[in-house]
Design a protein around this ligand. Structure first.
Ligand SMILES: *Cc1c(COP(=O)(O)O)cnc(C)c1O
Length: 394
C-alpha cells in the first residue's frame, strides 16, 4: 500500500521549540506573557495595516468576542454566509441572536452581495429592525467580494465581522484579508495556514477595541484590588506556550502560502485537460487567494463519474479528500432560520471536493492524486448540462 496522502497536515519550522523552551525557562507557562505579546506584534506586522491583534484560544472565541464587542444582544439578527464551517454561525447562537443565512455567488463561492442587500431590506420590512452584524467568510482562502459587501454594510451602517479563519495571507486589491471588516477573526487550528495547536485572534481597528477584547477574554475583571466583576467574562486568552508555536510558525508562514499557491497551480496545469473537472480560481487579477485548500468541481455528466465516487475511490487509493462545507441552511441545527438563496452553495456542496493541499505535500504526491483522478474520468461522456438555479426567499 502506498503511503497515505493527507488533506492538510501542519508543518513546523523547527523554531517553535526554541520559543517554548524560552517560556519554560522563564516560567511563563500561563495564558499571557512575552510570546503572546510578540505573536500579536508579528501578526500586526504581517497584516500590513494599522490593526490591533488580540491572540485568543480559538477562532471561534474570536468570532464570539467579536459579536460581543459589536453589541449583539439576544433576539438581534446577524447575517451570515451559509456556505461555511459551523464555527462561523455558532457564536451567533452563543449570544442568543438569530442567524440569517445568505447564499454564495459563483465567482468566489462566498457571500453574494446582491442577496445580502435583498436580505437586509426584507428583514427590515419583516422585523422592523436592521441586522446587528454581517459575517462574510473567505472560504478556502478565497477573498469574498469585500468591496461590494462593505459598500452595502456602510449604506445600512451594519458592522462587518470578517471570518478570515482560512484566509491568513490572502489578498484582495493588494489588501490582506482580516483587515476589511470592523473586526476580523483568524484561526490557528491544526490544519489552518499556521497552527498554534489550537488558537485564534481577533483583529481590531483600534486599541480601545483590543483592550475591551482582552478584558472580556480574561474573565472581565474590574480594576480593583479584589476580584470584582461588572460584566460576564470569558477564559479565551491564548497561552504563552501556544503563542510560542505561533511565533515559530510566523517564520514559515510566507513559505506555506507560496507552497499552497504552487500546489494549486500544479493541480490546475495537470487537470486542465480533464473534461468535467474545474478548479476554483481567482476571479480576476484583483484576487490573490492563499489557496488554503485546492477545490475542484466535478460535473458527473461530463466527467462520467460522480464526486462521491471520486472521493471514495481516492480514499481506497489512500488519498484523503474532503467534501466542501455543508451549507448552514441545510444543517438540522439551523434549518428553521431565514435563508436567502440562489442554489449556488447547494450546487457547490453536491459537486465539490477539497484536494490534498498541505505544505508538506510533494509534487509526486500531486502527480499521484491527479493520476488517480484521471483514471476514473477516462470514459468521460461529453454532455453539457445546464446549471439549476432557483430563487428562495427567506
Ligand atoms: C476553522 C474555522 C473557524 C474556527 O476556528 P477555530 O480556531 O477552529 O475555532 C471559523 N470559521 C471558519 C471558516 C473556519 O474554517
Amino acid at each position: 500500500m502506498e503511503k497515505r496522502i493527507w488533506l492538510s497536515l501542519a508543518h513546523m519550522s523547527g523554531h517553535e521549540l526554541d520559543f517554548i523552551i524560552e517560556a519554560f525557562n522563564t516560567n511563563w507557562v500561563v495564558p499571557l506573557g512575552p510570546n503572546v505579546d510578540a505573536f500579536e506584534v508579528d501578526l500586526e506586522n504581517f497584516q500590513k495595516a494599522d490593526r490591533h491583534v488580540v491572540a485568543l484560544n480559538s477562532g471561534t472565541s474570536a468570532l464570539h468576542l467579536g459579536l460581543i464587542l459589536l453589541g449583539v444582544k439576544p433576539d438581534d439578527e446577524v447575517i451570515c454566509q451559509s456556505f461555511t464551517f459551523a464555527a462561523s454561525a455558532n457564536p451567533i447562537a452563543y449570544v442568543g441572536a438569530k442567524p440569517v443565512f445568505i447564499d454564495s455567488e459563483k465567482d468566489t463561492w462566498n457571500m453574494d452581495p446582491v442577496l445580502l442587500e435583498i436580505a437586509i431590506k426584507d428583514r427590515l420590512e419583516k422585523t422592523g429592525k436592521l441586522a446587528k452584524a454581517i459575517i462574510p467568510v473567505h472560504l478556502y482562502g478565497m477573498p469574498a467580494k469585500m468591496k461590494e459587501i462593505n459598500a452595502i454594510a456602510d449604506k445600512y451602517k451594519i458592522p462587518v465581522l470578517e471570518d478570515s479563519a482560512e484566509a491568513l495571507g490572502s489578498k484582495l486589491c493588494n489588501q490582506m484579508c482580516g483587515t476589511f471588516g470592523e473586526l476580523a477573526a483568524l484561526s490557528f487550528n491544526g490544519n489552518k495556514m499556521i497552527t498554534t495547536s489550537g488558537g485564534g485572534a481577533l483583529v481590531c481597528r483600534n486599541e480601545e477595541e483590543a483592550k475591551l477584547a482582552r478584558f472580556y477574554a480574561t474573565q472581565a475583571r474590574d480594576i480593583a484590588p479584589y476580584y470584582q466583576h461588572s460584566h460576564i467574562g470569558y477564559n479565551y486568552r491564548m497561552s504563552n506556550i501556544c503563542a510560542g508555536i505561533g511565533r515559530g510558525q510566523m517564520l514559515v508562514l510566507q513559505d506555506h502560502i507560496d507552497r499552497r499557491r504552487a500546489i494549486h497551480k500544479l493541480y490546475t496545469q495537470l487537470l486542465s485537460n480533464v473534461k468535467g473537472i474545474s478548479i476554483m480560481q481567482n476571479p480576476s487579477s484583483e484576487w490573490n487567494s492563499n489557496f488554503w485548500l485546492t477545490c475542484i468541481l466535478i460535473d458527473p455528466n461530463v466527467a462520467g463519474v460522480s464526486r462521491e465516487t471520486v472521493r471514495l475511490r481516492l480514499d481506497v487509493a489512500n488519498i484523503e479528500t474532503r467534501m466542501l462545507w455543508k451549507p448552514m441552511h441545510l444543517q438540522p441545527v439551523f434549518e428553521n432560520y431565514p435563508y436567502y438563496g440562489n442554489g449556488i452553495c447547494e450546487y457547490l456542496f453536491e459537486r465539490g471536493l477539497c484536494l490534498p493541499s498541505g505544505p508538506t505535500l510533494t509534487n509526486d504526491d500531486i502527480f499521484r492524486v491527479v493520476d488517480n483522478i484521471k483514471k476514473m474520468c477516462k470514459k468521460a461522456k461529453r454532455i453539457t448540462t445546464v446549471q439549476p438555479y432557483k430563487m428562495v426567499a427567506g
